[in-house]
Design a protein around this ligand. Structure first.
Ligand code: FES
Length: 102
């Protein structure tokens, strides 16, 4: 388990998500309500990028069909997605966001 640099904090303003790829794994880095989260960037319903969706509190909404994923657990709050997305440990050191994928 190694934390790896994902992006700069300046790339992820409050209330937004940013796509990063670590070891070939697409990640959505999210900055919301003063907290940082890292989840899979791929929706569990279809192969679309969640970082292009809307951040609302501790949720990330898929732009295609509207399922909302809890950033703390990865669980969708409603259909059509039924499967949780992976979540990853995230930390900030200086102006760099680190994510642990594996
Ligand atoms: S592709 Fe995300 S909810 Fe359908």
């Amino acid at each position: 388990m190694t934390a790896q640099p994902a992006c700069s904090v300046t790339e992820v303003p409050e209330g937004t998500a940013h796509r990063a790829v670590i070891d070939g794994v697409p990640i959505a880095v999210v900055h919301t309500e003063g907290q940082w989260f890292a989840v899979s960037d791929i929706c569990s319903h279809a192969d679309v990028s969640l970082s292009e969706g809307d951040v609302d509190g501790c949720t990330l909404e898929c732009w295609l069909h509207g399922s909302r994923f809890d950033l703390r657990t990865g669980r969708p709050s409603g259909p059509p997605a039924t499967t949780p997305i992976p979540t990853y440990p995230v930390s900030v050191e200086g102006d760099t966001v680190f994510v642990t994928v594996a």
